[in-house]
Design a protein around this ligand. Structure first.
Ligand code: CA
Length: 233
């Protein structure tokens, strides 16, 4: 659940399927969300809500994403708000045009949800220091969400990006049992076509990395249900 202090992301997207994917994935990352489905509404809501970041589709009815971006940049009260443009176009000239108009980043559809989230976080870190950084601790494991670093009993643990996201999911709610489907949604994104056994493989790698020094295994396999992080045997 998002808190009032969590970053507010305005999603400007006219296609329902795209919107659903964004809403689901950003929502489960703990962002507060607002939505506009055309350019005019985007301008109004931005003025009204002062979001921390805008994800802006290029192809919109009435007013294009580029035009929205240009107008937001000319207004003193909105010109600082970071904008990530989404587009199906991949031409280098379009990219340049998007960035020249004042967008801060540019993502081409179809994109990986994880990459989008990573870019959203990176941008919020730059513009909203401390807003998303957090230290999670459990059973001697420390996870620094700002630096993306993990320590166990004071020693650095090297994790791949997928294992890192798995661990951060577990550490948000120690003791909670996550089904493999839920982990798939959270870590890979709902759009991903990933076999459930892939989850097992990455949990296995996470376990190995965490327990490299012969530390007790905190990743529990719950038969028939999934996985959790806890201290119980
Ligand atoms: Ca569109």
């Amino acid at each position: 659940m998002a808190n009032a202090t969590d970053p507010l992301v305005l999603i400007v997207e006219d296609e329902p399927a795209q919107l659903e994917v964004l809403t689901y994935n950003l929502g489960s990352e703990g962002f507060r969300l607002a939505h506009a489905s055309d350019g005019e509404e985007a301008l109004l809501l931005t003025q009204e809500m002062q979001p921390d970041l805008i994800i802006l589709d290029w192809m919109l009815p009435n007013l294009s994403g580029i035009e929205v971006c240009r107008r937001l940049r000319t207004r003193p009260e909105t010109k600082q708000i970071p904008i990530i443009i989404l587009t199906a176009r991949g031409e280098e000239t379009d990219r340049v045009r998007g960035l020249e108009t004042g967008a801060d980043d540019y993502i081409v559809k179809p994109y990986s949800v994880n990459e989008l989230i990573a870019r959203v976080r990176a941008m919020l870190r730059r513009t909203r220091p401390g807003g998303v950084g957090e230290m999670l601790e459990f059973g001697g494991i420390r996870l620094d969400t700002e630096q993306h670093k993990v320590m166990r009993d004071g020693k650095a643990v090297k994790l791949g990006p997928t294992e890192y996201r798995l661990l951060s999911t577990f550490m948000e709610k120690p003791g909670r049992v996550w089904s493999r489907e839920q982990l798939l949604d959270r870590v890979w994104g709902r759009e991903a076509y990933v076999d459930l056994r892939t989850v097992d493989v990455h949990v296995g790698r996470l376990r190995k990395a965490l327990n490299a020094d012969g530390s007790p295994d905190l990743v529990r396999t719950v038969r028939g249900s999934g996985y959790s992080l806890d201290n119980e045997d």
